[in-house]
Design a protein around this ligand. Sequence first.
Ligand code: GN1
Ligand code: MG
Length: 369
Amino acid sequence: MPLYREKQLQEISQHFQIYGQILHAEACKIGHINETYTATYNQGGVLVRYIHQKINQTVFKNPVAVMDNIMRVTTHIWGKLTAQEVPEVTRRVLTIVPTRDGKPFYQGSDGEYWRTFVFIEKVQSFESVHLPAQAYEAGKAFGLFQSLLSDLGGARLHETIPDFHNTRKRFAALQKAIAEDRCNRAASAAREIEFARKQEPWIGLLLDAHASGKIPERITHNDTKFNNVMLDWESGHATCVLDLDTVMPGLVHYDFGDMVRTTTSPTMEDEEDLAKVEMQMPMFESLARGYLSTAGSFLTPAEKSYLAFSGKLITFTIGIRFLTDYLLGDTYFRVHRPHHNLDRCRTQFKLVQSIAEQEEAMQKLVDSV
Ligand code: GN1
Ligand code: MG
């Protein structure tokens, strides 16, 4: 990490209510949006770690609202788990470290927003799933998350990114990017553009089902990719879910769909060898069983009937977001190589195809659980 960053983190760390001195910090490469650092502190001879994170304001226009949601959600979950006498509650929900003036964030003189979390030790996350048991754990953890928030009182949570999973609007944004073709990249993505256009007939199905009152709004995580689940080193069980920036009102399908996207194919999100990308039924079965073990009690039959479809829809939605960003010149998702967003889009579209081929069988399986 460059020296100026170390210096900046030293300065930022002083604003949080942390005992001891910061020794060093490492940049964490996971995640496409925020800037994250793991910092080690010397607390009277004992080394303790914290997470410092800079909120990406291009993506999150209202960081105060983001932190307000996160405080409410984590406080609520902590209260419920504590009342249930669940052991080691601070490993099961994120703990925000307040600033010295009692706020959940620190705003620097440059206008940037920083926040700090307690680092959860002896857990790890993975970019892809190796075992069905891991898919089960992911489903169970996010189902529990939704279930714990199903009775959150007070005002509706802030929509930290309006229309985040609105596939119709995402599709319109893609159409616009194609028409403008600012970076002269449309020709290199001709096949993907054609594939995207062909899917248009079904992209509004969930939005319509919600508009007609068939499926309800709930509180959802909205970014349930597998690397946002922390698994205990020893037991392999999920302890906690991360990345709460997009917790807001949504449909349960946004969460389940993104889990299908990130737990059922053995590959990473940017796998270039498309032959390896496929929806594997044993993974899906475990995912669905895990999810329904915690969310099954509150889901309505109508909600359940769209679970397999949601996998296809959300994978497609993220695919067109990658494609749009590629056409716009990679301004949203952090990229690590040329055409990275196009590669990510191709992987998603291959998975969409694989899900479409097995959609009926997937839904049958959900119905049988
Ligand atoms: C972004 O930052 P990260 O990697 O958790 C994105 C998600 C996408 C995901 C694709 C706020 O999440 O919506 O599904 O990349 N988050 C935001 O990997 O746009
Ligand atoms: Mg995220």
